[in-house]
Design a protein around this ligand. Structure first.
Ligand code: FMN
Length: 189
């Protein structure tokens, strides 16, 4: 199985990055081919709601998201990892998610060309926030969970933890194990 890791933090070696690497290591152990996408190193504009994709299934914006669309379609599972920025996901992760618009038709059903590949897609979510209450990052989970419920994808697990300083989560064996297990689970047929 192909497993895609999508990093929504711009901080390399940061907490979301560390946990995503753990999850991808778990997926690898389960036999998956893994690939990591660092959204902050890609050029991804916001969705323009131009509606062109409703007909063609192809986004009209010529940027790095076109290649990421292809990778999303191909992957059996996608692990998303992002920190909380002002009680929401980071702008990088939001731009990426909004561009999923291209997978849908004008009635918000999966575009016929993609339905078979997207229905039941395995999704994992990892959140990090500076607040000691890890559930402060629930708005990120809500966004992915609702997207999965709405479109028939399979949210297989969520890992949430608190960490503020860069790399602080490296000392949190519990969170690292949870991320590893999530990766394993998402990659286990
Ligand atoms: C612009 C910005 C906004 C933030 N907003 C919040 C917030 O609303 N709530 C919170 O608990 N932490 C907030 N944080 C803290 C980050 O979530 C925290 O430092 C996290 O560990 C960063 O993850 P990373 O190392 O993966 O980048 C914010 C940090 C930044 C840079």
């Amino acid at each position: 199985m192909e497993i895609l890791g999508v990093l929504g933090s711009p901080r390399m070696g940061g907490n979301s990055d560390i946990l995503l690497d753990q999850a991808l290591a778990g997926a690898k152990e389960a036999g998956a081919n893994v690939e990591k996408i660092i959204l902050s190193q890609k050029k991804i504009s916001g969705c323009l709601d131009c509606g062109k994709c409703n007909e063609t299934g192809i986004c009209a914006i010529q940027d790095d998201m076109l290649e990421i669309h292809r990778k999303v379609l191909k992957a059996g599972g996608i692990l998303h990892s992002a920190p909380l920025y002002f009680w929401a996901m980071t702008s990088q992760m939001k731009a990426y998610l909004d561009r999923w618009c291209a997978f849908f038709d004008g009635d918000w059903n999966w575009h016929k060309a993609y339905s078979r590949k997207m229905k039941g897609k395995r999704i994992g979510v990892i959140t990090v926030c500076g607040d000691p209450n890890a559930h402060t990052a629930d708005p990120i989970v809500h966004s992915f969970k609702s997207t999965c419920t709405f479109s028939g994808m399979n949210l297989m697990g969520v890992v949430q933890t608190s960490a503020g300083q860069k790399g602080q989560v490296d000392k949190n064996e519990k969170a690292k194990k949870e991320a590893y297990e999530l990766g394993k689970k998402i990659a286990t047929p």
